[in-house]
Design a protein around this ligand. Structure first.
Ligand code: HEM
Length: 319
């Protein structure tokens, strides 16, 4: 997941060692970003002096690691023959000449570093977490796994599933939708704030207030879902229930947020998770390990909501 996003982001080829270095650095960034008490009560910031020093060190390391990649890409655009391995397009290319409202200059390298980090962090753990929960649910419920495998066989036969096949596989899409309903990779969307006094769910929200959206509170609300605790792709497959995942026609689940700041990676994130899951099931039968049918579905909050005990699985190649 990380390698795909890295290639999309920088459009330059990287060796294993450099990928590892960026990966380690991004992990330190995530740890440094953990919310602290002084984020909410700035008055307390003198007591968090040491932690702030650590964050500054991580930021320096982040800039030192990513700026060379930015420079390499800039060079390869200016002189297309300088790097034969460079991709024809990358996310970075869209940032170099970005017009910013109220500013004459395009983003500084340090700002580009932040945007690229957000792109990498936003897409890696979210998608990886979703795939782990998907495998857990298929192990826990072999009937769902068999039904999915049957659909794969009927739709594509012996050939490898690719992106184009997905739209012809309603059960696969139902499994992924149910996955994102029952296991939105993050408990909360990003913090939003109101720019003018608003009313939400009967509450008055004054200007400037931070608003946090607890995603499972919506997607497991018994007032809008039948049997919300149950992992049941059939609710979507049989058409008993539905939900607009983009939130445009109403919000019953919002694993990618909603509105103007909805996840910009929603399309690619969904395709990545769907395709990976389909390929995993196409190639292997997934069983629990060490105990065939039992999976511990306890959750733990890290950057995303991960399995408290990482999934252990036995996989058998399909005959
Ligand atoms: C299953 C996969 C994913 C899930 C569930 C997910 C979920 C989310 C959520 C809930 C938000 C906050 C939206 C808000 O507050 O309104 C968000 C923001 C974001 N996501 Fe994703 N995401 C996924 C994949 C990706 C991918 C693959 C990328 C990059 C290619 C990405 C890049 C971003 C970025 C850059 C933001 C911040 C947007 C902003 O600040 O306006 N995400 N995502």
């Amino acid at each position: 997941m990380f390698c795909i996003l890295l290639a999309m982001c920088f459009g330059v080829e990287m060796d294993e060692e450099s990928i590892e270095k960026v990966d380690q650095m991004m992990k330190s960034v995530l740890i440094a970003l953990d919310p602290r008490l002084d984020d909410f009560l700035p008055l307390l910031s003198p007591f968090f002096y040491k932690q702030r020093k650590i964050v500054q060190k991580v930021r320096k390391q982040q800039i030192e690691t990513l700026v060379p990649l930015i420079e390499k890409r800039r060079k390869s655009i200016q002189n297309p023959d300088s790097d034969k391995t460079a991709a024809s397009f990358s996310y970075l290319d869209t940032l170099f000449n970005l017009q910013i409202e109220g500013r004459k200059s395009s983003p500084l390298d340090e700002e580009i570093v932040t945007l690229c980090s957000e792109f990498l962090n936003g897409g890696t753990d979210t998608s990886a977490t979703a795939v782990e929960w998907a495998a857990a649910r298929l192990i826990e419920n072999q009937k769902i796994q068999s039904k999915l495998y049957d659909e794969i066989k009927t739709t594509v036969g012996e050939k490898k599933i690719d992106e184009k096949d997905i739209e012809n596989m309603p059960y696969l899409n139902a499994v992924v939708k149910e996955l994102l309903r029952k296991h939105p990779p993050t408990y909360f969307a990003l913090t939003h704030a109101v720019t003018e006094p608003a009313k939400l769910g009967g509450y008055d929200i004054p200007t400037g207030t931070n608003v946090e959206f607890f995603l499972p509170g919506i997607s497991e609300d018994p007032k809008i879902w039948a049997d919300p605790e149950k992992f049941d792709p059939d609710r979507f497959y049989m058409g008993r229930e539905d939900a607009d995942i983009t939130g445009v026609t109403g919000v019953k689940m919002m694993p990618f947020g909603a509105g103007r700041r909805i996840c910009p990676g929603m399309g690619i994130g969904t395709v990545q998770v769907t395709l990976m899951l389909a390929r995993m099931v196409q190639e292997f039968e997934w069983l629990g390990y060490p105990d065939n049918g039992k999976v511990d579905l306890s959750e733990k909050l890290e950057f995303t909501v991960v399995m408290k005990n990482s999934l252990r699985a036995k996989i058998k190649p399909r005959a």
